[in-house]
Write a protein that binds this ligand. Structure first.
Ligand code: PMP
Length: 429
């Protein structure tokens, strides 16, 4: 008997997994992480923060102080809800986005990703509808899928989700007799589109959700990373009862600590703590104490200013390079965050094209990753947060080369198809 040395052995448990795991698949971004580490590739793919711009000496002092002054406590299990100290600081940070709240209603989580997972676990039965932007954050889509939610994309333009389109989508879902649970929004400097929800639309969306008793999940990891003007006040500042607000230290400080939070109405907060205790017992005391100490001793607001400057420069570099190398391609104009959303000709396929781009040493995330309905072949997400401006320009130059080549290829296939169809019709008539 010969065995194929290349393919991995078949999983003997493959028929035993729960039905709901059929929604679990490796994200398109994860598959790209291996590529990012290769030095010859310019990665415009992953949304990795520029952590090397952090004051590493200051953080080293923080680590030492935490170990010296609060070592045993930091190495111990802690509260399931998170320490009161960090929850109070989180309330101060939320105030910067117009949110009033009490530390009592904050739940500290292992990144905001865990908060999303817990909320979905708490609310979603199979088939329950979650309304999302079009496109939407791939990590949220993955969670919603894994709990077998029905994902409904709602039309979105350069000002974010269109309230009339949400109304329309709700009407269709009600007519189909389905149960609606969430409206999931990334209102500021959206991942992947870079678009910000206009101020006037915020109140409209809140009113629509309230009318239909749909819980809003406001996911806002990028809000403080604005470039030219701050984002409008958070939706949570308009309504406290109908919105769970998610924040994170991943983009304004460092994702390695894995600390995020949910600010929730009291009843939901209680359930979230129970669900989190059941999942992880408690968030890391060490990470929380390090962040609390950093916030108390370092000038963290000027560090955020520093990040803004870096990302603004990179945003300018990517828009400049797109103007230079791909002037006829439509794209968004982000005023914060990490991402530009690029339209490519409709006869191209951003997913199929990716291996050819990687062969040319440039990586991006295909638009298909951000839709649950198969759309996005003609879109590309470009993350400008990680490479420096010179690398960004070089990456876009390579991408333009790939795109021009793909357009020629697609045109010649179309040409061949047209002439073979013509030959057939010549013979038929
Ligand atoms: N929401 C959005 C929109 C994100 O872009 C991310 C990270 N890419 C997350 C949530 C999760 O972030 P974390 O778990 O690191 O807080």
């Amino acid at each position: 008997m010969t065995t194929d040395p290349v393919s991995p052995p078949r999983d003997p448990w493959r028929d035993d997994y729960a039905v709901r795991t059929s929604g679990l698949s490796a994200s398109e971004v994860r598959a790209l992480f291996a590529v990012v580490s290769r030095p010859e590739v310019v990665s415009l793919a992953g949304g990795m923060p520029a952590v090397s711009a952090l004051p590493l000496d200051t953080i080293a002092e923080t680590l030492q102080r935490v170990m010296r002054e609060r070592g045993p406590e930091s190495l111990q299990y802690g509260s399931g809800q998170g320490s009161l100290e960090i929850r109070e600081r989180i309330i101060d940070i939320c105030a910067l986005e117009g949110i009033n709240g009490s530390a009592d209603n904050v739940v500290v989580t292992t990144g905001s990703q865990q908060a999303l997972d817990l909320l979905t676990k708490l609310f979603i039965d199979e088939g329950d509808v979650v309304f999302v932007e079009s496109p939407s954050y791939l990590g949220a889509l993955g969670i919603f899928r894994s709990y077998q939610a029905g994902i409904e994309h709602v039309e979105t333009d350069d000002d974010g989700m269109i309230p009339e389109a949400l109304d329309e989508a709700i009407r269709r879902v009600i007519a189909a007799g389905r149960t609606m649970k969430f409206l999931y929004l990334v209102p500021n400097f959206n991942n992947p589109s870079g678009v910000t929800l206009a101020e006037g639309r915020r109140a409209q969306l809140v009113a629509i959700a309230k009318r239909h008793h749909i819980l809003i999940i406001e996911d806002n990891p990028y809000g403080l990373l604005w470039f030219d003007r701050p984002a409008p006040p958070a939706l949570r500042s308009i309504d406290e009862d109908g919105i769970v607000y998610l924040g994170s230290f991943s983009k304004t400080f460092a994702p390695g600590f894995r600390v995020g939070w949910a600010l929730a109405p009291r009843g939901i907060r209680e359930k979230l703590v129970l669900a989190s205790e059941s999942a992880i017992l408690c968030p890391s005391a060490m990470s929380q104490n390090i962040i609390s100490d950093y916030l108390a001793h370092a000038n963290w607001t000027s560090q955020i200013d520093h990040f803004r400057g870096i990302y603004r420069e990179r945003r300018d570099a990517i828009l400049g390079a797109l103007d230079e190398f791909l002037p006829s391609y439509a794209r968004t104009e982000p005023n914060g965050g990490f991402y530009v959303w690029l339209s490519i000709p409709s006869n191209l396929d951003s997913r199929a094209m990716l291996p050819r781009a990687v062969a040319e040493h440039v990586a991006y995330t295909p638009g298909t990753a951000f839709y649950a309905n198969g759309l996005g072949r003609d879109r590309i997400r470009l993350a400008f947060c990680y490479p420096n401006p010179a690398e960004i320009r070089e990456g876009v130059r390579r991408l333009a080369g790939v795109l021009h080549h793909e357009v020629e290829r697609a045109d010649s296939v179309t040409h061949q198809l047209e002439s073979s169809t013509k030959n057939v019709s010549d013979r038929a008539f």
